[in-house]
Design a protein around this ligand. Structure first.
Ligand code: SF4
Ligand code: SF4
Length: 337
């Protein structure tokens, strides 16, 4: 397995890491077992966040007594120093540790700099030894570019998958040039991509550390299998990627849910990408009475626009929803998919 060095942090780990967002949805026992199996299988880097409910607590339980064997990153969505300090102390307590390898400002809407109390709080936490390295996560490319240019952060976490644009790829290269670590979130593009081998092969071409979101042992087994059978790009995998890119590129919803809640309770993070999901998963799962009712809620969208102000990808959500509903109704009426 190829290793990745996270820039000036000096952290060097296998290019196959664990994103601990989905373990919120399983019991503590299952989560601890998944995390330990991931470690046994070769994973060394685990990414969690204060915003992922009990994820930090589960990570803490899994690695109690072996803290020095793993690297753990977490994040805070604090908007002021007081909340930052509270979050950091809670994270340390949850993780049962006295330091965090990388502490990140979560989903930054802009590049916080030396004039911001949040950035100063991060630097202070590093001085106190509670945080070894400082990082930041962003979803908007312009913000990410600004962050790299600032030279203030040691790592950047940004969505990166084989649906990446040339500008996204430049971002990864620019991180390397600035000796900054690049942590790749949403390597499966929010569940749209389902060929793990193609995802891994794509990642292996870059200095990017993918944190795969893992909820089940079967998913973990797929990622762990790459420790034994290293994946590199082949013509066959290139063909898979080209086909998916043709089908999925453009304005698409990543399913992140940042736009929610909707004023009239539309499940935007699923309904705005129904056309893709229904063609990529067993379609029957999306044609149940439940999903038909959810989709029909789109007709009640009042176009308040609140969701649009929250979408990091600046999608025109009401239009996207209507497009998906039109397609869905046609499928219900018998259109071939
Ligand atoms: S614009 Fe429509 S989808 Fe968006 S929050 Fe308002 S009602 Fe919901
Ligand atoms: S519409 Fe935007 S914010 Fe909402 S789930 Fe999709 S990508 Fe995320």
């Amino acid at each position: 397995m190829r290793t990745v060095r996270l820039g000036k942090t000096g952290i060097e780990v296998p290019q196959n890491a664990f994103g601990a967002l989905p373990i919120q949805r399983v019991s503590t026992e299952e989560a601890v077992s998944l995390l330990r199996n991931a470690y046994e299988g070769g994973m060394r880097f685990f990414d969690t966040a204060r915003a992922y409910s009990d994820s930090e607590d589960k990570v803490g339980k899994a690695f109690e007594g072996m803290r020095d064997k793993v690297f753990i990153s977490s994040k805070t969505m604090a908007s002021d120093k007081k909340k930052f300090t509270e979050d950091l102390d809670t994270t340390l307590k949850n993780l049962k540790t006295d330091y965090i390898d990388i502490y990140q400002l979560h989903c930054a809407p802009r590049c916080y700099d030396e004039n911001d109390e949040l950035y100063l709080a991060l630097v202070d936490a590093k001085k106190q030894g509670k945080v070894r390295h400082i990082g930041i996560t962003a979803h908007k490319i312009g913000v990410a570019e600004e962050i790299i240019k600032s030279g203030l952060y040691e790592t950047l976490q940004f969505p990166f998958s084989y649906l990446a644009s040339d500008r996204d790829i430049e971002l990864v290269k620019s991180c390397k040039e600035h000796d900054m670590g690049f942590i790749a979130m949403k390597g499966l593009s929010g569940g749209l991509l389902n060929n793990s081998k193609a995802c891994m092969a794509f990642m292996s071409q870059y200095d990017a550390l993918p944190i795969w979101g893992i909820q089940r042992q079967s998913e973990l087994d797929e990622w762990l299998s790459f420790f034994e059978n290293e994946v590199t790009m082949t013509d066959e995998l290139k063909a898979v990627i080209d086909k998916d890119r043709k089908e999925l590129l453009g304005e698409f919803c990543r399913g992140c849910g940042y736009c929610m809640p909707c004023t009239v309770d539309i499940t935007i993070n699923q309904c705005a990408r129904m056309s893709q999901m229904i063609r990529r998963a067993p379609s029957q799962n999306w044609l149940t009475e439940h999903w038909q009712q959810e989709m029909m809620k789109i007709d009640s969208c009042i176009e308040c626009g609140i969701c649009k102000t929250r979408c990091p990808y600046e999608l025109d959500i009401p239009t996207l929803l209507k497009k998906n509903l039109k397609d869905y109704k046609e499928i219900l009426a018998g259109k071939e998919i």
